[in-house]
Ligand binder design. Structure first.
Ligand code: NAD
Length: 241
């Protein structure tokens, strides 16, 4: 509790607090992470395809049936709702305690909770576009289509998310890098910090107030001023002043 009071005072004094999060922010909304105990990567796939392959550009192009079967079954969670962690971050922003959320998540739950300043490093399942003509589609179009979704022009409609083998969104990355390098408090939560660009972004943070909230260890724990190994939805609401 002493720790929490200290963090609250720091946040109150801070001019620029930034949050960087990952899949662990949404597990309590019922969306499994990748590397946690119930994560997608720990589940065995019956057909012998790796989760990385089924979320790859090659799979989308060469085996779209498999891509969309896996995507609709394991990636899309249309009934998920924001949890207390998403809501706390939205409230912090509203109260002027938080500059931005940088997320590796693709589920759109931060915006659904009311956050306005959200940088999505890996895109969003809420946005979809035709690979041929670029026409945009919403998530309902994907959900309501059996099998592979096609545009009226015949092209495949794909999610606007970064698949394995694809380049990251350069502009999102630039904005995130600027936010990181100018923050005076960085709160990191619900991410294993084993995937780039998240790991390299943390390295850009110049301040001393690094707060990590994660159920398991991360490679950056030794650099943090505070490490909190509890559920993020229990911790973030305590930061609201
Ligand atoms: P990860 O699976 O590598 O790590 C998640 C971390 O969160 C783990 O270390 C776990 O211990 C921790 N965690 C789980 N539940 C928690 C909770 N309630 N409170 C605190 N900590 C908790 O995920 P990552 O680091 O985000 O990176 C993997 C990639 O997964 C990202 O690129 C992301 O795009 C993708 N992903 C996104 C979603 C989503 O959009 N919700 C879901 C799964 C994977």
């Amino acid at each position: 509790m002493e720790k929490i009071d200290e963090i609250k005072s720091l946040i109150l004094e801070s001019k620029n607090t930034v949050f960087l999060g990952g899949a662990g922010v949404s597990t309590e909304s019922g969306i499994p992470d990748f590397r946690g105990p119930n994560g997608l990567y720990t589940q065995k796939n019956k057909r012998g395809y790796t989760p990385e392959y089924m979320l790859s550009h090659t799979c989308l192009v060469k085996n779209p049936d498999l891509f969309f079967e896996n995507y609709k079954t394991n990636v899309l969670h249309p009934n998920a709702e924001p949890n207390m962690a998403h809501k706390a971050l939205a409230t912090m922003e509203e109260k002027g305690l938080l500059t931005a959320v940088i997320t590796q998540n693709i589920d759109g739950l931060h915006q659904m909770a009311g956050s306005k300043s959200v940088i999505e490093l890996h895109g969003s399942t809420c946005e979809n576009y035709c690979c041929r003509c670029g026409k945009q589609y919403d998530i309902d179009f994907i959900l309501k289509t059996d099998g592979v979704p096609h545009c009226s022009c015949g092209g495949i409609v794909r999610p606007n998310v970064t698949l394995y083998e694809e380049e990251l969104n350069e502009s999102a990355l630039m904005v995130a890098a600027t936010l990181m390098s100018t923050a005076d408090i960085l709160i990191v939560g619900g991410t294993s910090l084993t995937v780039n660009p998240a790991a390299s972004l943390v390295s850009l943070f110049p301040g001393k107030h690094l707060i990590i909230i994660n159920l398991s260890e991360t490679p950056f724990d030794h650099m943090a001023e505070f490490v909190i190994r509890e559920k993020i939805s229990d911790v973030l609401p305590l930061f609201i002043i």
